[in-house]
Design a protein around this ligand. Structure first.
Ligand code: UDP
Ligand code: MG
Length: 313
């Protein structure tokens, strides 16, 4: 049996479309499944729709988070309540084609523990989005050696991989990164990313930037090392300039050099502030982790009251 976990935030009628499409595809492929729909604090009728779906189909279960905790937290909630021998994580807006699930399941049956869907295209994304995504994935892969190029959140995880993920205590998890970091036998399936059916992307530039910073800081301390390196570079520079200034002063040299002073002030000031900012980001993360608050809260459940097979609560 496989579990399909899908986060839902204000998808409205999209919920019904998604459930219908998914059960059609998996039914045709004769795959035994349960569907875990995680309502990430929707303010529209998404929860009512999930409830309805859970009533008419016993394979559907719903989890309602007490507020919008973000996609990452919703995924985690779903993973922690999935009972399948493998879990497929998929967006509920039909941008991740459910038709890719049967091939993913096949890879899993052939022995892969993590099957990633890699995108062949990037439909429905603006140029700016595409460029920034590429830039981020490249940088991330470079800095952390966790390969993210063309990766998506759409993936299948076998039970051992799911359990490995659940053992990670990080507060601001970054699913795409952690699910690569854990290793295990991997396989990929190519998918065409579809246009969004209804609604608009939930990711504002700000949310994306947040995700990028979280992802980077939770995977690498390279930015901190860069600050150190920049500091060392400046030290060398300062030494040369210092010596030159002193020599000039001894030889009764000039007072000129206004431009140099201003430039130095601006450049060092900028670097100091950026350095502080980078350190601050890490501090903020440490603070977050130390508080150790739960990563999501469940308000309500819908569907068959199956005890979670793998969860000790
Ligand atoms: N989503 C969520 N919580 C959020 C933001 C998004 O559960 O805070 C869900 C959303 O309902 C969708 C998936 O995450 O199923 C991907 O969101 P979206 O389509 O907006 O992202 P994009 O496809 O643009 O990356
Ligand atoms: Mg989408």
């Amino acid at each position: 049996m496989i579990s399909v976990v899908a986060p839902i935030w204000n998808e409205g009628p999209g919920v019904d479309r998604f459930v219908a499409r998914l059960s059609e595809v998996l039914g045709d492929a004769q795959i035994d499944f349960e569907l875990v729909l995680v309502d990430d604090g929707s303010s529209d009728d998404s929860w009512a729709r999930i409830n309805h779906q859970a009533l008419v189909d016993p394979r559907v279960r719903g989890l309602r988070l007490s507020r919008n905790f973000g996609k990452e937290a919703a995924l985690l909630a779903g993973l922690e309540h999935a009972n399948g021998d493998a879990v497929v994580v998929i967006d509920s807006d039909l941008q991740h084609p459910p038709s890719a699930i049967p091939p993913m399941v096949r890879r899993w049956q052939e022995g892969a523990h993590v099957v990633e869907a890699v995108k062949r295209n990037r439909a429905g994304q603006s140029i700016g989005n595409r460029i920034s995504a590429k830039l981020f994935n490249r940088t991330f892969t470079r800095l952390t050696r966790v390969d993210l190029v063309d990766a998506t959140d759409f993936r299948l995880l076998a039970r051992p991989a799911v359990d490995a993920l659940r053992r990670m205590p990080e507060h601001s998890s970054f699913f795409r990164g952690t699910s690569s970091w854990i290793g295990f036998t991997r396989a990929t399936v190519e998918v065409e990313i579809d246009h969004r059916e209804g609604g608009a992307s939930r990711w504002t530039a700000r949310r994306l930037a947040r995700l990028a910073v979280n992802g980077l800081t939770s995977f690498t301390s390279a930015p901190l090392h860069l600050v150190t390196l920049a500091g060392l570079g400046f030290a060398v520079f300062a030494l040369i300039l210092g010596v030159q200034t002193v020599i000039r002063w001894i030889s009764g040299g000039s007072v000129a050099g206004f431009t140099t002073v201003i430039l130095l002030l601006l450049v060092t000031g900028t670097f100091v502030l950026i350095g502080l900012g980078v350190i601050g980001e890490y501090l903020a993360r440490i603070h977050e982790e130390v508080r150790g608050r739960p990563r999501y809260l469940i308000q309500e459940r819908a569907g068959a009251d199956v005890p979670d097979r793998w969860v000790v609560e």
